[in-house]
Design a protein around this ligand. Sequence first.
Ligand SMILES: NC(=O)c1ccc[n+]([C@@H]2O[C@H](COP(=O)([O-])OP(=O)(O)OC[C@H]3O[C@@H](n4cnc5c(N)ncnc54)[C@H](O)[C@@H]3O)[C@@H](O)[C@H]2O)c1
Length: 385
Amino acid sequence: MTRIPVQLAAGGAASPGSAGGRYEFVVGAGLLTRLGTMVHAVAPHARAALAVDESIATTHGAVAATSLRHAGYEVVEIPVRATEEDKSLASVARVYERLLAGRLERRSPVVAMGGGIVGDLAGFAAATYLRGAPLVQVPTTLLAMVDASIGGKTGVNMPLPGGGLGKNLVGAFWQPELVVADHATLGTLPARELRCGLAECVKHGMVAEPSLVDFLEEHASDILALAGPQVHELVIRSATIKARIVEADPREQGVRALLNLGHTFGHAIESFARLRLLHGEAVSIGLCAAAACSVWMGRYREDQRTRVTTLLSRLGLPTVLPEPLPIAMAVEAMGHDKKVRDGRLRLVLPTGPGRAELVEDVPQEAIEAAWRSVGAGPNGPEVPE
Ligand SMILES: NC(=O)c1ccc[n+]([C@@H]2O[C@H](COP(=O)([O-])OP(=O)(O)OC[C@H]3O[C@@H](n4cnc5c(N)ncnc54)[C@H](O)[C@@H]3O)[C@@H](O)[C@H]2O)c1
């Protein structure tokens, strides 16, 4: 078991949700059997809620519920459906109803167990129930372990006035009291979901830690097979990067924005539902596009770009679009992203090993070249000169 302290900086210290702005991220295999004791140490109370992804409620969820009961909690189990459509205010209202029916009080912990959807949704319920209840995150996907469970962002999607779903448009910063990442739970995670988490790990390496990229290159096959101690180390290394970045910038007013590397292209790709890509897959292609964009601007070397695309591909992630998109439509789709200010595109781009920067006023030609490099345009994939 490894404990990683997360200590939020000034501003973060006053960040609501965590005792004094400090909490622990605990990583290990088989931790669920000890969950109750760990929760009790940070949020002792007669009752606890366990909001759990319904697809793991009778497996990992049952182990967690038993452990919470052994620690003395009366447990209110709340199964949650993990789809983006169900990551909604209506689902949050259903969680409130169960919390009220179960007589959960302001000091009763809400344990959010599942992937990022349950973490975000139940986290938001905890942030707002009785003006804020203690939250414990128990991530069960790799993406949630290395990314979504750390940093206090909670929230839900909203239907957009013009149709479609606006992601994470309503939410709150609400820091957990504790994060318990039992990576034995990854054994039941579909391989495609595991690979999506790996895209975020590659991103963390590109933004902050070149040795994480080396590590992923060296242990790709063991990690994909969940063999050996590498997954434990991967979660520690990748989660630590996220933790250090959010410690410095809890409310995304500066350096935390670098974690959006690949996401402006990725969100544009995700908006084309017919491509049927998961978020991590879209991010993977987005990382390749961001690297190509940076090469075009002379800020990243071609061999660095090749190294990233080769690694993503070895991890079983897509590096080009599954079907060509017209460049104009792809560029237009980027305009919907939050990184566009006054019609000008600001992009986080890789600028060296373990280094990324927010670049203002990225030229249109660089963006078009980036899209071409991942297969947009009538002529299929092209590599920038
Ligand atoms: N709060 C943040 O900072 C943050 C950061 C990144 C992403 N997110 C959010 O996270 C969500 C994506 O999270 P995700 O990728 O974890 O997806 P997810 O929650 O949809 O989980 C992926 C799939 O895996 C299943 N699952 C979860 N754990 C399992 C297990 N151990 N075994 C078998 N199946 C399991 C789920 O039922 C689901 O079908 C998005 O809504 C995104 O907006 C939030």
